[in-house]
Structures are given as structure tokens and as C-alpha cells.
Ligand binder design. Structure first.
Ligand code: NAD
Length: 101
């Protein structure tokens, strides 16, 4: 059995970007990371629910992963001085489009 890391076991202060964060797997990942003290940029095409936005360290970020302009804006932000605090140790790409069969 793999031991679950304790809330302060190397997670506190890290930064994560989670897409598809409004519900389902992305919302669960957001809750788990926030409970471990990670700063979470919770990105989704739909609004991030109030119960998630109320969690310490969770920041809602409107983002459509299929929109090149949204991706470009996110990349420009991450390259800017405004994002110099972002160290991005975690990236969860969850929400999006499934193409083909
Ligand atoms: N739940 C499962 O058991 C399971 C199993 C295998 C694969 N998956 C895949 O994992 C992904 C997530 O599953 P889920 O059950 O959490 O789905 P879900 O539908 O509950 O949640 C998906 C989230 O992604 C967001 N989203 C959709 N399009 C987006 C876009 N263009 N940009 C940003 N966000 C977008 C939605 O708003 C939603 O909040 C899906 O692609 C699903 O096919 C899920």
C-alpha cells in the first residue's frame, strides 16, 4: 500500500495549474492539492464553483484549452513579470476535447 503524503509533506507553497477544475477529476485534484497547501490556479471553460473558490490558495482562472488565444494569453502571463512567483511544479491538464473515435 502506498502511504498518502501528509498535508505538509513537501507540498506547501507549491503552485499548480489545473484545467477542467470546475467539476469531476479536475475539481478533486484541486481539492486534494489545496488541502496540501498548494496554490492552485483552477482553470475551466465554466465558472469555478464558490465552494472551490473559497478554499485557501485556490484562484479561479477562466481558460478554454481548445482556444489558441486563451493558451497564448496564459503563456504570455506565465512569461511575464506578474507570474514571477509562479514556479509551476504541477500541471494537470484535465478538461478539454476528445477528437476522433
Ligand atoms: N471520470 C472518469 O472515470 C474518466 C475516465 C477516463 C478518462 N476520463 C477523461 O478525463 C477527463 C475529465 O473527466 P471528468 O469525469 O472529470 O469530466 P467532467 O465532465 O466531470 O469535467 C470536465 C471539466 O472540464 C471542463 N472543460 C471542458 N472543456 C473544457 C475546455 N475546452 N477548456 C477548459 N475546461 C474544459 C468542464 O467544464 C468540466 O469542468 C475527460 O476528458 C474524460 O473523458 C474520465
Amino acid at each position: 500500500m502506498i502511504a498518502d503524503p501528509t498535508p505538509t509533506d513537501g507540498w506547501t507553497g507549491r503552485v499548480a495549474l489545473v484545467t477542467g477544475a470546475a467539476q469531476g477529476i479536475g475539481a478533486s485534484v484541486t481539492r486534494l492539492l489545496a488541502a496540501r497547501g498548494v496554490q492552485v490556479m483552477a482553470a475551466d471553460i465554466q465558472a469555478i464553483p464558490p465552494e472551490l473558490r473559497a478554499l485557501p490558495g485556490v484562484h479561479a482562472a477562466p481558460l478554454d484549452v481548445t482556444d489558441p488565444d486563451d493558451i497564448a494569453r496564459a503563456a504570455l502571463f506565465l512569461l511575464s513579470d506578474d507570474a514571477r512567483h509562479v514556479t509551476m511544479q504541477h500541471l494537470t491538464v484535465d478538461g478539454g476535447a476528445t477528437l476522433g473515435a
